[in-house]
Design a protein around this ligand. Structure first.
Ligand code: PEP
Ligand code: MG
Length: 883
């Protein structure tokens, strides 16, 4: 017989037991332990979930364990399950170790049947309440456990209201409620071929099974995928004695937060509904009241609630999200968990808690995820811009997004997936809408409050969201909505500003966000912890300034080829490429020199006192020529016009194009190979760098250029190029009468460079891993072709767990990097080693760079704050545990 324990009374658990009790079960146990008012109950372990899902039934051993705990519960409360005189009623709720709000199922009022409902009526002296509870229970159970469409029940409910001539649920008479229950029974009989279960134990076992099954519903699976929740075995099931928030005007139910979960302000916030059950608040169907109103409406209870909340925040040392019910003036806590919060709030709460002495700086740094920072730094609506606001409602999740209006979640998800910018507009959202919310730029609902499902999910995902826009009239059938006289059709563009709650017609102008004081403080903590340096990839003076503002400590990659793409310079570059000889190339080079010099001067100036790694020309030369089809078109025009000079020129370009054309440009005539065959190009670039440096030194500045050779794979390449670079530097510096030590190093982006890093390091002052190319060359995947062809299929079918162009493939590419680090330092212990591929701004890759002993990471300017945070987190995560 199975001797394992699967069921725990609340008194037997604690907050440390999240893995088996789930977040909800562990929270209830902890609150019970510290003496807070929690209705008693028990939790069935997550370990039972996979067993149930395997066999599809509840094993006899578990049934017995449930019976034992139920008997204890009856003893505690002096009530009996199924008793007509004093019935015990319970709620059955889900809860995994990581919270998944609204994703799994809940059943309330379980234990009611045609006899106990009468008992409840007599006991409470409130038959209306008893029958309303029973009506809700049959509906919920019929839907969740028996799988009957929610709509089928809603139709019957609407008919009954019409029959009685009322519009509100709360106006239904006892007779109507009784009639409804009978009609629901008939529906169940019709749909399932069986009567609605009357035996409370059968009801309970059915509900427990349904909660376990809800672990694998599409919405729950999607949620786990989006939130990258991996490695959980399933949900726990919590069975808790019911308390009622719908017992009249002295009863209520609500959710509250110890701080504002949108802004992070230290302000007790939340919402509640008088005379209602918990699901009414979360479902977003009735718009609840702001919790501030409770202070005047129920002052005594409000005071107690605030007191309990503060105690819980202190106890958990984190912002709490709580559910409560007030039954006839008495407060009960139904849940507490670490609150989901917007990225803005995450930063503010972490920093405030350090100031309040609740957290250490290290703990604060671990409280904000790199993804949250990423969202936080996304652009916002320009506050100076003139925009047409068509509605203003509750700002439920900050940030702004624009896109085409779409009314169906599935369609929004499909279009969003295909790269379109869409805004999901709905009356309210339910857990099924998660895919749409996550793929849309923002979500707008016309009903619900800040605790409504859409708000909760959007905040968790860091997506902008506005809810409760009741000025908007939705005509779903006609696919449009009217807001303050403006009719917006499906496909029209709107902007949703989740920071202010504004809905704007058209695409509003956006601006980059300023770093808040709290963010600067948090990043300051991170800087004090991290070992890795953080530099930026920047090719323009503007980007260099931006990078400094984000805290970059230098430039890790300045791609010089991008400087040739501007319309003034491209023709000169083309002239250079077309030229057949050095003599022909020189005039173009001479003209390009001052332009390059000016760029370098500005970039070095912006980064004064910090290193700037300038990479000499990398792409194949033919990339600068026009495409062949354009050349052919131009040739046809020139021939028609009999423009002989133009024809001769185009012939020359075409000839050169054909000479340079390659079957595999990615592994062709590019990188240092170009510099070796056409040394004058590299000489020009080095001269421009040296002259810019000299000019700045003369102005009293401290430029620190470093020169990087791309795509080196053989020591002989650097052996040839290094003296060439050094000579050019010396020439200029001598002429200008200055002395600056300029490091000369290589990119490491082909496997052979990694495997012979000891040889190369003898000549290189630094290595910079070009992990874009190193991934291409290690996998033999063309970066430009893979994304549009097989890579999505590889990721979908899990051949690859992650996209190696986004996150370093530790086992392959990473192994080569580690080999190169070890070999490089063998022959050149002082060599400076960094990374400048895209992965340099991604948290997991940064962790890898930290543990591999790199000196710095370099990434695009907006990712610099993320890298600073991730580098600090890497230190904390990888610190050996104290023994
Ligand atoms: C790289 O290959 O990682 C790199 C930074 O160079 P590029 O992306 O310019 O090829
Ligand atoms: Mg490269």
């Amino acid at each position: 017989m199975d001797q394992r324990k699967f069921v725990y009374d609340f008194e037997e658990g604690s907050k440390e037991m999240k893995t088996i009790l789930g977040g909800k079960g562990a929270g209830l146990a902890e609150m019970t332990k510290i003496g807070l008012p929690v209705p008693p109950g028990f939790t069935i372990s997550t370990e039972m979930c996979p067993e149930y899902l395997k066999v599809g039934d509840i094993p006899e051993t578990l049934r017995n364990e449930i019976r034992e705990h139920l008997a204890r519960l009856e003893g505690k409360l002096g009530k009996k399950f199924g008793s007509a005189q004093n019935p015990l009623l319970v709620s059955v709720r889900s809860g995994a170790a990581v919270s998944m709000p609204g994703m799994m199922d809940t059943i309330l009022n379980l234990g009611l049947n045609i006899e106990t409902v009468e008992g409840l009526a007599t006991l409470t002296g409130n038959p209306r309440f008893a029958w309303d509870s029973y009506r809700r229970f049959t509906q919920m159970y019929g839907n969740v456990v028996l799988g009957i469409e929610h709509n089928d029940f809603e139709t019957i409910l609407a008919e009954q209201k019409q029959l009685q001539g009322v519009t509100l649920d709360t106006d239904l008479s006892i007779d109507s409620l009784k009639a409804l229950v009978q009609k629901y029974f008939a529906l169940v009989q019709e749909k399932t071929g069986k009567p609605f279960p009357q035996d409370p134990m059968e009801q309970l076992l059915g509900a427990v099974g349904a909660v376990f099954r809800s672990w694998n519903t599409e919405r729950a699976i999607t949620y786990r995928k989006i939130e990258k929740i991996d490695g959980l075995i399933g949900t726990a099931v919590t069975v808790q004695s019911m308390v009622f928030g719908n017992m009249g005007s002295d009863s209520s139910t609500g959710v509250c937060f110890t701080r504002d979960n949108s802004t992070g302000a230290k302000h007790f916030s939340g919402e509640y509904l008088v005379n209602a059950q918990g699901e009414d608040v979360v479902a977003g169907i009735r718009t609840p009241k702001n919790i501030d109103e409770m202070e005047t409406e129920m002052p005594e209870t409000y005071r107690r609630l605030v007191e309990v909340s503060l105690l819980l925040e202190k106890h958990y040392r984190d912002m709490q999200d709580m559910e409560f019910t007030v039954e006839r003036g008495k407060l009960f806590m139904l849940q507490t968990r670490n609150a989901k919060r917007s990225p803005v709030a995450a930063v503010k709460v972490a920093v405030d808690m350090v100031v309040e002495g609740l957290l250490t700086k290290e703990e604060a740094v671990m409280r904000v995820t790199p993804t949250q920072l990423d969202t936080l730094l996304h652009p916002q609506v320009d506050p100076q811009a003139k925009v047409q606001v068509i509605a203003t409602a509750i700002p439920a999740s900050p940030g702004a997004g624009y896109g085409k209006v779409i009314f169906e979640s599935k369609k929004a998800a499909e279009l969003g997936e295909a790269g379109e910018k869409v805004i999901l507009v709905r009356q309210d959202t339910s857990p099924e809408d998660i895919d749409g919310i996550s793929k849309a730029q923002a979500t707008l609902t016309t009903r619900g409050g800040a605790s409504a499902h859409a708000a909760l999910v959007a905040r968790g995902l860091g997506k902008p969201c506005v809810v409760g826009a009741d000025q908007i009239k939705l005509n779903s059938a006609e696919k449009n909505f009217v807001a303050n006289g403006v009719c917006v059709h499906e496909g029209d563009v709107i902007t949703v500003n989740g920071t202010t709650g504004e809905v704007i017609l058209g695409q509003a102008p956006m601006v980059d966000v300023e770093q808040t004081a709290e963010l600067a403080t948090l990043l300051g903590y991170a800087d004090g912890i991290r070992r890795l340096g953080v530099r930026a990839n920047a090719d323009t003076p503007a980007n260099a300034h931006k990078a400094r503002a984000f805290g970059a400590e230098g430039i890790g990659l300045c791609r010089t080829e991008r400087m040739f793409n501007d319309p003034e310079r491209l023709p000169l570059m083309q002239e250079l490429v077309i030229a057949g000889s050095l003599e022909e190339r020189t005039p173009a080079l001479e003209k390009l020199l001052p332009m390059q010099r000016e760029d370098f001067e500005k970039i070095l100036e912006a980064m004064d006192g910090f290193p700037v790694i300038i990479r000499l020309l990398d792409p194949p030369l033919h990339e600068f020529l026009p495409q062949m089809d354009r050349l052919t078109g131009e040739m046809a025009e020139a021939e028609t016009a009999h423009d002989e000079a133009r024809i001769a020129y185009l012939q020359k370009v075409m000839k050169r194009y054909n000479e340079l054309k390659e079957f595999n440009p990615m592994i062709g005539f590019r990188g240092c190979r170009v510099g070796i065959v056409y040394p004058d190009i590299y000489q020009l670039q080095v001269r421009a760098i040296a002259e810019a440096t000299a000019a700045l030194v003369k102005r009293g500045l401290h430029p620190m250029p470093e020169i990087m050779l791309p795509l080196v794979g053989h020591v002989n390449e650097i052996k040839v190029l290094k003296p060439l670079v050094q000579e050019e530097l010396d020439k200029v510096f001598k002429r200008e009468g200055i002395k600056v030590a300029v490091k000369i190093g290589t990119m490491v982006e082909v496997p052979r460079a990694c495997l012979t890093a000891d040889e190369i390091a003898e000549y290189a002052d630094f290595f910079s891993f070009g992990t874009n190319d190193l991934t291409q060359t290690t996998y033999a995947y063309s970066r430009d072709d893979a994304a549009g062809t097989f890579l999505p299929a590889y990721l979908e079918s899990k051949i690859l767990d992650v996209d190696p162009f986004q996150t370093i493939d530790r086992k392959g590419v990473g192994k080569l990097i580690r080999i190169a680090v070890v070999l490089g330092r063998q022959t050149n212990p002082g060599i400076e080693i960094g990374i400048c591929g895209e992965q340099g701004g991604e948290a997991d890759s940064i962790d890898f760079c930290h543990t591999s002993g790199l000196d710095y990471v370099s990434c695009s300017a907006p990712r610099v704050p993320i890298a600073r945070l991730a580098a600090a987190q890497a230190v904390i995560k990888n610190r050996p545990a104290a023994s």
